[in-house]
Design a protein around this ligand. Structure first.
Ligand SMILES: O=C(O)CCC(=O)C(=O)O
Ligand SMILES: [Fe+2]
Length: 178
């Protein structure tokens, strides 16, 4: 978070206050082999709603990210002894879209089970998430209305990873139309 602060021209400790208390959590994912992988997804398409996700995984692979330029799903090859760091929706909003949270999903395969451990680094529940004042001005106005992180996460957990076309709460619902 300190490097992200510096990259945005902010003090390294700019985000510290949000994380004095946290709603961070870890999930332990097990994807068993699937006899019909073309008919199933391990995790349906979604964007991580929090600040950062730090993902540890084995060497099986299955994670895919959606490429913005052409909408293609691109496989993320596992790198041994490395974490995947994913910017979540909160950093997208704080940075007023200078960072973007990527849409991703998890495929399954018929041969090998897979394990992954995402750690979701999230601020204190009463955080009102909005573009940082230092990053907005008249030429570059805030692109989002403030929303409550606590209410956002509660809503998300209620409709956890539905693989349907029903859309759960998204940051674009707070987008200010231009
Ligand atoms: O298992 C993975 O590689 C990612 C899982 C994921 O996207 C999530 O739990 O939010
Ligand atoms: Fe995710």
């Amino acid at each position: 978070m300190e490097l992200i602060g510096l990259s945005l021209g902010l003090p390294a400790d700019r985000f510290h206050g949000f994380f004095k208390d946290q709603t961070s959590f870890i999930r332990l994912n097990h994807y068993p082999p699937c006899p019909t992988p073309e008919l199933a997804l391990g995790v349906g398409r979604h964007k991580d709603g929090g600040a950062l996700t730090i993902l540890a995984q084995d060497d099986v692979g299955g994670l895919e990210v959606k490429r913005k330029t052409d909408g293609e799903w691109v496989r993320v090859k596992p790198t041994p002894d490395a974490y995947i760091i994913n910017v979540g929706d909160i950093i997208q909003v704080w940075s007023n879209d200078r960072y973007e949270s990527v849409e991703h999903r998890v495929m399954v395969n018929s041969e090998k089970e897979r394990f992954s451990l995402p750690f979701f680094f999230n601020p204190v529940h009463y955080t009102m998430v909005k573009p940082l004042e230092e990053l907005t001005n008249e030429q570059n106005p805030a692109k989002y209305r403030a929303y409550s992180w606590g209410k956002f996460i509660t809503n998300r957990k209620r409709s956890n990873f539905q693989k349907l076309n029903v859309e759960n709460l998204q940051i674009h619902h707070f987008r200010i139309s231009e």
